[in-house]
Design a protein around this ligand. Structure first.
Ligand SMILES: [Zn+2]
Length: 492
């Protein structure tokens, strides 16, 4: 049995793992690489296998860095079943269509450049198109949380709640029959405990092999109380200045978290007469899908509902669907709040709002998600004085604030607690973290929990039938364990 790491290896995007067994070949996640041009280039490289030769696909959650290459996989011959939770399938419909639109637009832009520049090389093609999305959705087979599903003889899976975004799952996979079973756990993205709306990540009992994400594997979040208080302060200070609060947010997850916090403030009468605009068609659709899945809510959200308080809705909240409605926001007198996409300010309506509000000192731009290097969001976070939008320069006079408490990922303490519960682990593979973070977490896992841990590089193949799954990389693993502890580890 072999496990190959084709993405999210010492980086945070492109999740893709292939497990080859005597009972079939299973692909776990098929994510897009995101970030710099060099990263994105990897989306166009040939798959490391023949997509038609894959028997089953397991999908942990709908985020594009886990699901975004599925339409390409299907277009290139994969025709097996895609097992995932029902909310993930619902979210994939809007996310993959949105992604396909972006691919088509980018290809059109590249084609115009290609025509202008003497047509060197073949004409640019989209990575995939909207026509590739429906055949992908048709292969999806919804699986309920916590139910053991016999996929094929010798292959059983169970999806457990990951508490990361709606529908997200940690996947348990049993390979073999009778006494000869090996259990492999794929963490997907592990959610933060006490996140609004969603349940905490499920505690797992055991595993032979564990793949765990490490996005925040060397950082600690502020407490939920501190976070709530800081958010309220930023909102109220902006209102007091009669300014405008502009929040760039990812459509799925972060947007609903912000609505949840604003609903609490609305309930306390702290944002009275301040309209809130959700100004992103994708985020509006995502919010509607989240609202339709009360079965995924945690006890707190259900308690609000039982009192008649909808957790992501309140008086003064407006969905602005059309471009005309979006533009009309700027004619409003007095303070208001706008939540818009994209989360890193790289595209979408948020750029129009930034153009209108960055030059005003009484306005606030609140960054709440991870801002990748090279994005407009990151430039703002780093404190640039001017930004270029739509071909013109604008001064940054507005206050730019960052809140990390909206993160949808477990921090070091929560990840360690989650792993510590799992008994019988022979080896841990650390994935889905920037290189330094993944290596730090690998060392922490060894020091704190005595685990045999390793952060594989891309294309690493682990042979799970041998005594040592790290093989020739054993020495490197032991070197990683010698890394000095991260500040977060020292602060535990
Ligand atoms: Zn995710």
């Amino acid at each position: 049995m072999q496990l190959a790491f084709y993405g999210a290896a010492r980086t945070v995007t492109g999740s893709q793992y292939l497990l080859s067994t005597d009972y079939g070949r299973i692909l776990i996640d098929c994510g897009m690489f995101q970030g710099s041009g060099h990263m994105r280039q990897q989306n166009r490289m040939d798959f490391h296998f023949d997509p038609a030769g894959i028997d089953y696909m397991l999908l942990t959650h709908a985020h594009i860095d886990h699901s975004g290459l599925l339409p390409r996989l299907v277009a290139e011959g994969f025709s097996g079943k895609i097992f995932t939770t029902e909310p993930t399938a619902d979210l994939c419909e809007i996310m993959l269509l949105d992604s396909a639109h972006i691919q088509e637009e980018d290809a059109e832009y590249d084609l115009r450049k290609w025509q202008k520049h003497r047509r060197v090389g073949p004409p640019p093609q989209p990575l995939y198109t909207t026509a590739d999305v429906q055949p992908t959705l048709d292969l999806m087979r919804p699986v309920a949380y916590d139910e053991v599903l016999q996929v094929a003889p010798g292959l059983r899976v169970r999806f457990r709640d990951a508490g990361h975004i709606l529908g997200s799952a940690i996947i348990e996979l049993w390979v073999g029959e009778g006494d000869e079973q090996t259990k492999i756990v794929f963490s997907g993205d592990v959610g933060r405990s006490d996140q609004p709306l969603l349940r905490d990540p499920a505690d797992l009992e055991d595993a032979d092999y564990l793949l765990t994400e490490s996005t925040y594997g060397n950082r600690l979040h502020v407490s939920a109380d501190e976070h709530e208080a800081e958010f309220a302060r930023i909102v109220e200070n902006t209102i007091r200045r009669r300014g405008h609060l502009i929040i760039p947010a990812f459509a799925v997850g972060r947007t609903q978290d912000v609505l949840y916090e604003l609903n609490l403030l609305a309930g306390q009468g702290r944002i009275r007469h301040v309209p809130v605009y959700l100004d992103s068609p994708l985020a509006i659709k995502a919010t509607q899908i989240v609202r339709s899945h009360r079965d995924c809510f945690d006890a707190e959200a259900l308690a609000l509902l039982a009192k008649g308080d909808k957790p992501t809705d309140f008086a003064g909240l407006h969905f602005t669907q059309s471009v005309a409605e979006s533009k009309a926001i700027n004619t409003i007198q007095g303070p208001f709040i706008v939540i818009s996409a994209s989360g890193m300010c790289t595209a979408g309506r948020i750029r129009h709002h930034l153009r209108n509000h960055l030059p005003h000192k009484d306005d606030t731009v609140l960054l709440i998600g991870f801002q990748a290097a090279g994005t407009l969001g990151r430039l703002l976070q780093d404190g640039v004085k001017d930004v270029k939008l739509f071909g013109e320069w604008y001064p940054v006079a507005a206050q730019v604030r960052t809140l990390s408490g909206f993160s949808a990922h477990a921090d070091l303490r929560q990840l360690l607690d989650w792993v510590a519960n799992i008994k019988g682990i022979k080896s841990v593979f650390v994935t889905h973290g920037e290189e330094d973070t993944a290596l730090d977490f690998t060392a922490t896992l060894h020091r704190k929990l005595g685990l045999s841990s390793y952060a594989p590089e891309a294309q690493f193949i682990a042979d799970l039938d041998t005594e040592d799954a790290f093989g020739a990389s054993r020495e490197e693993a032991e070197e990683i364990w010698q890394r000095p502890p991260s500040e977060a580890e020292l602060a535990l």
